[in-house]
Structure formats: C-alpha cells, structure tokens
Design a binder for this molecule. Structure first.
Ligand SMILES: [Mn+2]
Length: 288
C-alpha cells in the first residue's frame, strides 16, 4: 500500500473560532481506529503548530512557510500529498509551496471547492478573517498586509483557477475574481457534481503540469457536513462529492489535496469527521 505524505495544520489563526485546529489530531485518531482489513491507504503524518509568540501576521507567515516547505518538498519529489487544516488560510502555504516546487509555476492548476470565494483582502473584508482571503494572495492580488503572510514566490494564473460550489460571497471579492476572469461555477448551476469536476480537470489538464484540489468542508450541504466554521445553505450533497472524487481516484495530474475548516464543536454525531475520512479514501484510497 502506497504511503501518503500528510500534513496536519493545528491552527485556527485565520478564522474566528478556536477549535478547527484539532481537526488533524481527530482525523489521525479516526484512521487509527480502522481495522487493518478496512485500510485503503497508509498516511504518514506530520504536524505543524503556530509559534506561541509574535503578532498574528508573523505567526501566520511562519506557519504558512512551514506548510509550504512540506508541499514544495512533495512537489519536487513528485509525491502526492494531503494537507489537513486548520482554517482555509493554510492554502497560502499549501499552494504557495507547490508553486515554489514546480519547474514551471505558471502550469499549476487549482480547483477550489468552497461555498465562499475566499478572495477578500484586508481592504475589503468585513471581518478581517484571513481564511476569507487566500485566493486574492494566490492570484497575486493581495494588499501589502496579506502579502506578508504568503510564502510563495509565484502566483496562480487566473485561467488556471476554477471555483466550484460558490453560493455566499461579497461583491468586492466577486469583482476581484471577475476582473481576473476566473471561472466560477455557482452551486445553483450544478445538477450533478461529477461531470463538473471532470470537466474542470480535463480543461486544466490541457495546459497544466499539476493540478491541486482544495476542499473547504462548507462546500458540502450543512445537513451532511454540520461541523464547519462558516456553514452556507444549499450545498452539494456529501455522496455526490464522494462519487465525483472516486471517479478521479489518484488522477495522475492531481498533485495534492487540501481539506479545511472542520469545526468539531459544531459537528453532530461525528458526521463531518467521518466525511473527511471518506473524502480522503475516495480520492487516495485503493479499492478493497
Ligand atoms: Mn474557504
């Protein structure tokens, strides 16, 4: 069984809540409870924690730098990876690191499954929460303060980014993405997720050397994934995401998967925790 390099980000510095830093630890235990005959993959866990001193900006920069070193190494070694947030600000490190590790950073594609656009800057965000800003930085459109938290030396080309499942956003972030001509597939335009995801992979495969998938658990309908920081009604059913990911199981162009925003305090009967495990197995698991 292949070993999947996995990084847990024990931080919630980018969001308003305090508990999403426990996601990786809980998921680690969840996989540990599996019986050997149920195992579809082997995770090699690494963990990163924020520094205990310094400003929030300094802590987030340090944290994202550590995350980026991990994904840069995996990218250089051509090894698939998994990053478990933490809040979604970990994307600054995850994809910044992949950009640092690629010979041609302009050939990174990114599929962003999220109820939100995450394309604010400090100038436009009503909350000032950094988990709502990673895409602005990844596109090279950050303000000065946000740019100091980004460890990447390159940026994602707007034509290589596709947002899927959006249903809650502010005009300022919509304008930023629209000006950059980023493709957005709104949740209410999705009848069935699998063909939408496959179309996105096929499109990016034409011009990209590697494709990343970033999942914010609030992409899923809150009925199926109640344990998230910022729920939004009318999301995609969990079963549809699992089916879609099974169809692209270990796709050779996909370099890594990121899952973020799990909030155990809001979970009910461990539904969202179990879903995280199912997502990982659907994409990275071997068929039993
Ligand atoms: Mn997000």
């Amino acid at each position: 069984m292949a070993i999947l390099q996995t990084l847990g980000v024990a931080s919630c510095l980018g969001g308003p809540m305090r508990s999403c830093g426990y996601a990786a630890e809980m998921l680690h235990d969840e996989f540990d409870r599996q019986k050997p005959e149920q195992k579809r993959l082997q995770l090699q866990w690494h963990m990163v924690y924020p520094e205990s001193h310094g400003s929030k900006e300094e802590k987030l920069f340090g944290l994202n730098q550590s995350i980026s070193r991990f994904t840069q190494y995996c990218t250089e070694q051509n090894q698939p990876f998994l990053v478990i947030g933490g809040d979604h600000s970990c994307a600054l490190g995850t994809w910044g690191g992949v950009l640092n590790g690629l010979e041609q950073p302009s050939k990174l594609g990114l599929i962003w499954l999220d109820a939100h656009m995450d394309a604010h800057t400090f100038a436009t965000s009503p909350s000032g929460n950094i988990h709502g800003m990673p895409l602005a930085a990844l596109l090279g459109r950050a303000d000065k303060k946000l740019a100091t938290m980004y460890p990447g030396s390159g940026f994602i080309k707007p034509e290589n980014l596709i947002l899927i499942g959006v249903r809650s956003y502010e005009n300022e972030e919509y304008n930023l993405l629209k000006r950059a001509a980023v493709e957005i597939v709104f949740a209410d335009r999705i009848n069935e997720l699998a063909p939408v995801l496959i179309k996105a992979i096929d499109k990016l495969s034409l011009s990209c050397q590697a494709i990343g998938i970033s999942i914010d658990l609030d992409f899923i309908d809150p009925e199926d994934a109640p344990g998230v920081e910022t729920p939004a009604q009318d999301g995609i059913k969990a079963g549809e995401l699992i089916e879609a990911l099974s169809l692209i199981n270990r796709h050779p162009k996909v370099c890594g998967l990121e899952i973020s925003e799990f909030n155990p305090e809001k979970d009910s009967k461990n539904k969202t925790l179990h879903l995280m495990k199912d997502i990982i197995e659907a994409f990275y698991g071997e068929t039993l």
